[in-house]
Ligand binder design. Structure first.
Ligand SMILES: Nc1nc2c(c(=O)[nH]1)N[C@H]1C(S)=C(S)[C@@H](COP(=O)(O)O)O[C@H]1N2
Ligand SMILES: [Mo]
Length: 565
């Protein structure tokens, strides 16, 4: 400091370059801390309003909605089930960079700094309020958060401010770009000035910067952000329905799933083969929900609207208490599944038979599309014909002997075997509207995915793993194949340029269930290429023609390279 004091730079009014650098650094830090306070307070308020009103979540949600489709597809492909964590981290990083800039801007002009925070609040408010399921109240966390952030910014910048010259002319506005002044908001009469007086930050230190006070204020800011944010997150858990979910007792089906023959699951004997049933915890998850909708069973309503003769509204008890419940084994598949991909899973589902349910409500012949809406505003359109006629289509509330896991749609979702999830499997289902394809484009169709999308005949190799060397000799080549509603009749494997060889299949249980296939093979040393193709029970062989998932599902043979040595 002494060195700088000895070499005053006229343009800096005696303030050294290093000193100025330090001020900037601290100002940027002030911006970051102010943002932390804003987000922390917002989380606390979100604990009153609901988790989805949190600005980070709302902005992340909006980002998902606004993200161009190819980027979204890329994210699902690249990050898979972690796509939401990546998005939240990305959102926080963007906020952090913005906050650093706000701090620097605030050093020059507090007014602009505060305006920057206000803008940040407005973005949060707009994102929260315009969510499909959003209301005005959802803007409150961002509003209060931004106000707290502005106060924090002013309090943090105050100790970094140079003394206001007491010389005559102090009241005149500083020239633009004059580092001495930072706009009139700095003056004693300004909000900041008053705040500074309030905090006693008016004490002038020689260098015009009160580091001690800055760090004290920073400590308070960190504390407020951590306590409000952490507390808010904790309090938000009161919205969790995990407890109510585990208290729910599932009814018995009038029509249980067909018994499985002995030896139904070939994975018991083949390492690396996908099990016949997927654990709920292992089940793939694809949705646009950053915060999983939490629907209390007691508050649950399923509403029917549109082209029904006598539509009713149902409570969860209404559905659970029916005497026609069915239990079925069904493989669910995502349209985003690539050749060889893992976005498919099988469960034993329990629920209300959909066809009977719709007829009971008098669904009209003139309706060719049902639009399902979830509590978070997702819309999924499905052909009315499929909903009426596909065997085993259901409103499911049980999955592998448990109530639906919250991530998989608790308390009620739709399932229609043979249709990709985005055109059939609406989770957190709260409304079914009978309408037409002409009248309405649901969420994914608006984004240029096909309005109708039956699942394609598919097979994949699970083992051996590609490019991981194994010793020569006999070992199984194995995987799964599916063609829901039709069933799998045959799976063939080709090794290098040899002829296709038929694999052994797991017992045929139900056409809606995938089948495992196994082919023991004597591997010679070297690299081999393995290819698989399936044929459905109605005679369609999986096409070799490659298609990407968009618009109606990937196609092509799964082929991998393996090494034996
Ligand atoms: N409410 C809601 N339901 C939804 C989705 C969604 O984003 N929101 N995604 C659909 C898609 S694309 C698929 S593949 C299935 C996935 O169901 P799962 O997550 O239980 O495996 O849910 C469908 N239902
Ligand atoms: Mo999907």
């Amino acid at each position: 400091m002494t060195e700088q004091a000895a070499r005053p730079t006229p343009s800096e009014g005696g303030d050294g370059t290093a000193h100025r650098g330090a001020r900037r650094l601290l100002a940027a830090l002030a911006g970051l801390l102010a943002a932390a306070v804003a987000l922390g307070i917002a989380e606390l308020v979100a604990a009153l309003v609901g988790p989805a009103s949190s600005p980070v979540v709302a902005v992340g949600d909006a980002a998902i909605t606004l993200t161009p489709e190819p980027v979204k597809a890329f994210a699902i492909r690249t990050f898979g089930e972690n796509d939401k964590i990546v998005l939240i981290i990305g959102t926080l990083l963007v906020i952090a960079v913005y906050a650093l800039v706000i701090g620097l801007v605030g050093l020059r002009s507090r007014r602009l700094g505060v305006a920057g925070i206000a803008l940040f609040g407005v973005v949060g408010i707009v994102a929260a309020v315009t969510r499909p399921a959003g209301g005005l109240l959802d803007g409150l966390p961002s509003l209060v958060g931004a106000a707290a952030g502005a106060v924090a910014l002013l309090a943090l910048l105050a100790p970094l401010q140079r003394p206001t010259p007491a010389a005559p002319g102090a009241g005149t506005a500083p020239a633009p770009g004059d580092p001495q002044g930072s706009g009139s908001a700095d003056g004693r009469d300004g909000l900041a000035g008053r705040l500074r007086d309030l905090l006693g930050a008016g004490d002038r230190k020689g260098a015009g910067m009160d580091r001690r006070r800055f760090f004290l204020t920073s400590g308070v800011a960190v504390g407020v952000a951590a306590v409000a944010g952490g507390g808010g997150r904790l309090l938000q858990q009161r919205f969790d329905v995990a407890g109510e979910r585990s208290d729910l007792v599932l009814p018995r089906p009038a029509s249980p799933a067909p018994a499985l023959p002995a030896g139904a699951d070939l994975a018991r004997d083949v390492e690396g083969l996908t099990p016949l049933f997927t654990d709920n915890r292992e089940f793939y998850r694809v949705d646009t929900a950053i915060t999983v909708p939490q629907i209390s069973p007691s508050g649950y309503r399923l509403t029917l609207t549109g082209m029904f003769d006598s539509p009713k509204s149902y409570t969860l008890d209404d559905l659970l208490g029916r005497d026609d419940l069915i239990e079925r084994d069904i493989t669910l598949t995502c349209v985003s599944n690539e050749v060889g991909g893992r976005l498919a899973g099988t469960a034993r589902w329990l629920g209300v038979p959909l066809g009977a349910f719709l007829r009971e409500n008098g669904v009209r012949d003139s309706s060719d599309q049902l639009v399902c809406t979830s509590s978070d505003g997702m819309t999924i359109g499905t052909p009315t014909r499929s909903a009426l006629d596909v065997d085993d289509a259901m409103l499911a509330f049980g999955m592998n002997g448990e109530p639906l896991p919250v991530e998989h749609g608790f308390p009620v979702r739709m399932l229609i075997p043979g249709l990709y999830g985005y055109v059939s499997a609406c989770k957190w289902l709260t409304r079914i509207e009978a309408t037409t394809f002409d009248a309405f484009d649901p969420y994914w169709v608006e984004r240029d995915w096909a309005a109708q999308a039956p699942i394609k005949v598919f097979s994949r190799i699970d083992t051996p793993a590609p490019l991981r060397a194994f010793p020569p000799g006999r070992r199984p080549i194995a995987g799964v194949a599916w063609a829901q509603t039709r069933g799998i009749a045959r799976v063939e494997v080709r090794v290098d340029d040899a002829d296709w060889v038929e694999a052994e299949l797991s017992p045929q249980v139900d056409a809606d269930l995938w089948r495992q296939w196994v082919l023991p093979y004597d591997f010679t040393p070297g690299q081999h290429s393995l290819t698989v193709r399936a044929t459905s029970a109605d005679g369609e062989t999986q096409t070799e023609e490659r298609a990407s998932p968009k618009p109606d599902g990937a196609s092509g043979w799964h082929s991998i390279q393996v090494i034996s040595r």
